[in-house]
Write a protein that binds this ligand. Structure first.
Ligand SMILES: [Zn+2]
Length: 139
């Protein structure tokens, strides 16, 4: 495995601290709504939101594969999907594992990974979260 400690994450505050990779988002207790990425204020009521763990598993709601030249130094082709998170009621838009581009289907369970992938806004190699086939269903 590549040594990842010195590589910056593509965006700050999108993953929970700790050994297992989970998405980090916001939760508004007034609206009972989750947000990703976390905003300073709830998009519905403008109240303060709590930082919360959104988990690392999801089900594919819709998916498409993009075969034109990829932005941000990403490999081509690559798939993107709307995912329904399993831990909380929230649909997120996510990059999928480029190694599995075109192999996803609606209803499939996927899990979060983080690896060096593509470039950040400073055109530096960065760690980027993406979802991929669950390890236990791929082996
Ligand atoms: Zn709210």
């Amino acid at each position: 495995m590549t040594e990842q400690h010195d590589i910056p994450l593509v965006y700050d505050n999108i993953l929970t601290p700790g050994p297992e990779v989970h998405l980090q988002g916001g939760y508004c207790p007034s609206c009972d709504l989750y947000h990703f990425p976390q905003q300073d204020r709830c998009t519905e009521c403008l109240g303060t939101v709590n930082t919360t763990d959104l988990g690392n598993k999801a089900v594919i709601h819709s998916v498409t594969t993009i075969r034109t030249r990829a932005p941000l130094g990403l490999p081509s082709p690559y798939s993107v999907a709307y995912l329904d998170l399993k831990h909380v009621p929230l649909r997120v838009f996510s990059l999928m594992d480029p190694a599995e581009a075109g192999q996803y289907s609606i209803g499939q369970e996927v899990e979060l990974q983080v690896a060096p992938l593509g470039l950040n806004n400073n055109k530096e190699i960065c760690l980027r979260p993406y979802f991929r086939t669950c390890a236990n269903s791929a082996e």
